[in-house]
Design a protein around this ligand. Sequence first.
Ligand SMILES: Nc1ncnc2c1ncn2[C@@H]1O[C@H](COP(=O)(O)OP(=O)(O)O)[C@@H](O)[C@H]1O
Ligand SMILES: [Mg+2]
Length: 269
Amino acid sequence: MTRPTLPAGSTLRQAASAMLHSLDPAAFARDALSFTLDPWQSDLVRKMASGEAKRAITVCSRQSGKSTTAAVLAAHTAAYHPGSLTVLLAPTLRQSTELYAKSAAFLRMVPGIKLAQDSATACKLTNGSRIVSLPGEAAGIRGFSAPALVVVDEAAFVPEDGGLFDAVLPMLAVSNGSLLLLSTPNGRQGFFYDVWEDPGDDWLRIGVPWQQCPRITPEFIEEQRRINGPRYVAVEFELAFAEASGQWFDDAAITAIIDPNLPRLSLAF
Ligand SMILES: Nc1ncnc2c1ncn2[C@@H]1O[C@H](COP(=O)(O)OP(=O)(O)O)[C@@H](O)[C@H]1O
Ligand SMILES: [Mg+2]
């Protein structure tokens, strides 16, 4: 349940704005964090905070504000869902800890919110909520139960053999928690790519090319094209799921050597 935090002696105006902030994370960001979210960021955090979207996948341009959006949602969840657990995951602990640091910095700006315990990787609020950051492996999250929100930053880069997604999905089913995956593309492979290509009805799917980020200019993109080439710009800024890095032959070359006239191999054991 969403519940605003009201210090004793609050005025009616303060009560009204606490109510608004508990219902609307974009208004919370604007008023409590002095941060105006971009339209896609507002849309995402509103739909997730209201429960309209329990699963969201976003493929974004580099520097579009993925981690910032996730940090706003994490801070909002901890502040307005007393006793909730938010788990932040990323390919490495360093990355998830960075996301945690952003979330905790936001929380410290909110009047009426106090961090009772605060380490480099996790915190507990006086309302009983916790935010923890962990590396993207199943082993780390097994000890945690019933998260209200799980965020996987740079989700396309989480190693598949860590079993993370196999562990997270049943965990969320039990707690009816929400899942947010954010990433730049990382080739046509893995759980993230599969969900993005075929999300089904359960997922909110948001794509954010650089043109939707007001802080990235066409001049910057042209410079990147000159320095790093068109493939780099397509993958990092324009959401292209190109061949996986490390793939020896590009997809066009592989397609070219598959002769459609050859009979299909049928293997019998
Ligand atoms: N809505 C916004 N308004 C102003 N600055 C923003 C906004 N969203 C993100 N930023 C800034 O843009 C930069 C990149 O954000 P970040 O969340 O790290 O991007 P990403 O994770 O997509 O690479 C940061 O300096 C962040 O503060
Ligand atoms: Mg980031």
